[in-house]
Design a protein around this ligand. Structure first.
Ligand code: PLP
Length: 504
């Protein structure tokens, strides 16, 4: 790819709306008043008004406003513009059809407090989704309540805790979490009252079985939280043995299902010995992920854990659907109402439009795409673990670091080539991690363009490292001071800030 192809917006240097402001210019016109005109003070008393607050806003015409927002929308990168190879996050393209289905008036206008009889369609949809997720995971009992992956984790480990307390008449306190885990895993375990012990990974990026056995010998094991494929994108091929070790120690196995994009329709966690799993409907099942909007983290579990699921449960009685609160061992409610319903609609639409064969095909394409990238880049970037990857591939900056070019620089330079950066510095078990997940929704041309861009960056790192270190070159703003941006965020335009930035 030549440098000429580097993304450069034609609107790059247009001035912002604030600089275009002219005193007295207005962007609206109202029809002539056809009632008696009154003094503003008579209508809204001065002490209820914010006249001072509103001072200093830009005064612009309608066309200025339209152009301002249109221009800003072109400075954004989005899944509708190109590939978003964030590993672990599954930023796939989700069909517009599912968005349309989620906006069907009968669904969106239904109040969560309407009586059961009037919500039969919505309850049926949730029931059907539960059945489908049970089939996909091989775990028969499902709650749709959790609002996100981390919330599903918390629900799952609370189920384990309640089950063990009932079984043993006392609590077990130790939750095992591999060192490659997503940070939410130990956090969820801690929130549920467990003490976290870390299981090491092997030099091949797999859970260290010997270390797991040694930790299990110490006793008091409530369970293990395992991600499979793990966060290095590698399938834990010893999963059955791992589950047996934990079960023999009296504990249960929780699977973090964020990586189900590698398994749906091909393999089922329930068949591997897993007791409970959460799914991220916003990663694997069609809710667009990344807008910060609602997600859902349903939890699927074994029959053993079922009595402890949150209430109300959605159950079927002959041909009617019902909210059932009668579960005395339930951990209780974990979310207001029944969870994020719109996300459930998209998930069921996704499952039905794909069908069983389509889901399997999507999984196979996701894995094939990651392996294609792996194959073409493994001579260019260091691949810390040699085994075949699943739906995401892990590289590091080791080769480029010799020239002073690090993961952050490669990620920033990718922006110049028109791609959203991959996930960086995660998982923590390798230095300078670059985790790439193309997903099934990327075609061959885009994969090739991405590979070419990565190779071009590696070449630049060799021949002109400063070019990469100073990237990005094509954006309005270069590198942010990320610490200050996080600690002292400026979330709203204010005239004082604008004035300060002008004098600075
Ligand atoms: C995204 C993710 C989570 C957390 O899910 P949220 O929906 O963001 O709360 C947990 N584990 C892994 C491996 C993930 O990728």
């Amino acid at each position: 790819m030549s440098i000429k192809k580097v993304r450069q917006h034609p609107t790059q240097n247009e001035s912002l709306i604030f600089e275009r402001s002219q005193k007295g210019r207005i962007g609206y016109s109202l029809p002539k008043l056809d009632v008696e005109s009154k003094n503003l003070d008579e209508i809204i008393p001065v002490d209820l008004r914010r006249d001072d607050d509103l001072e200093g806003f830009p005064e612009v015409s309608e066309v200025d406003v339209v152009r301002h927002f249109t221009r800003m929308s072109t400075w954004n990168y989005s899944i509708d513009l190109g590939m978003y190879p964030l590993g672990s996050c599954t930023m796939k393209y989700n069909s517009r059809l599912n968005e349309k289905v989620a906006r069907i008036a009968g669904f969106i206008n239904l109040h969560p407090l309407v009586p059961e009889e009037e919500a039969q369609g919505a309850l049926e949809l949730m029931y059907e989704l539960q059945q489908n997720l049970a089939e996909i995971t091989g775990l028969p009992a499902v709650t749709l309540q959790p609002a996100a992956g981390a919330h599903g984790e918390l629900t799952g480990v609370l189920l384990i805790r309640a089950f063990l307390e009932k079984r043993d008449g006392k609590a077990r306190r130790t939750m095992l979490v591999p060192d490659s885990a997503h940070g939410t895993n130990p956090a969820s375990a801690q929130m549920a009252g467990f003490t976290v012990k870390t299981v090491k990974s092997t030099s091949q990026g797999l859970t260290d079985i010997e270390h797991l056995k040694a930790l299990c010998k110490e006793g008091d094991i409530a369970g293990l939280m395992l991600t499979n494929p793990n966060t290095a994108g590698i399938f834990e091929k010893n999963i059955k043995e791992i589950c047996k070790i934990v079960h023999d120690a009296g504990g249960l196995v929780y699977m973090d299902g964020a990586n189900m994009n590698a398994l749906v329709g091909v393999a089922r966690p329930g068949d591997m010995g897993v007791d409970v799993i959460h799914l991220n409907l916003h990663k694997t099942f069609s809710t667009p992920h990344g807008g910060g909007g609602p997600g859902a983290g349903p939890c699927c579990c074994s029959a053993e854990l079922e009595p402890f699921l949150p209430v109300p449960r959605i159950v079927k009685e002959v041909d009617r659907f019902k909210l059932d609160f009668n579960y005395p061992d339930s951990i209780g409610r974990i979310k207001a109402f029944y969870g994020n319903f719109g996300v459930m609609i998209r998930a069921l639409a996704y499952i039905y439009t794909h069908g069983a064969d389509g889901l399997r095909e999507a999984t196979e394409a996701a894995v094939l795409n990651a392996r294609y990238i792996s194959y073409h880049l493994e001579d260019t970037f260091e691949k810390p673990f040699k085994s075949d990857c699943m739906h995401e591939v892990l590289f590091t900056h080791k080769k480029q670091a010799r020239k002073g070019v690090h993961t952050i620089d490669i990620a920033k330079r990718l922006i110049d080539y028109g791609f959203h950066p991959m996930t960086i510095y995660f998982p923590l078990i390798v230095e300078g991690a670059m985790l790439i997940e193309p997903t099934e929704s990327v075609g061959r041309q885009d994969l090739d363009a991405f590979i070419e861009a990565m190779k071009a960056i590696a070449k630049e790192a060799e021949e002109n490292p400063q070019l990469v270190i100073d990237a990005p070159h094509s954006t309005r703003i270069g590198r942010l001071d990320e610490a200050t941006a996080a600690r002292k965020p400026i979330l709203r335009w204010k005239p004082e800030i604008e004035a300060a930035s002008k004098t600075a």
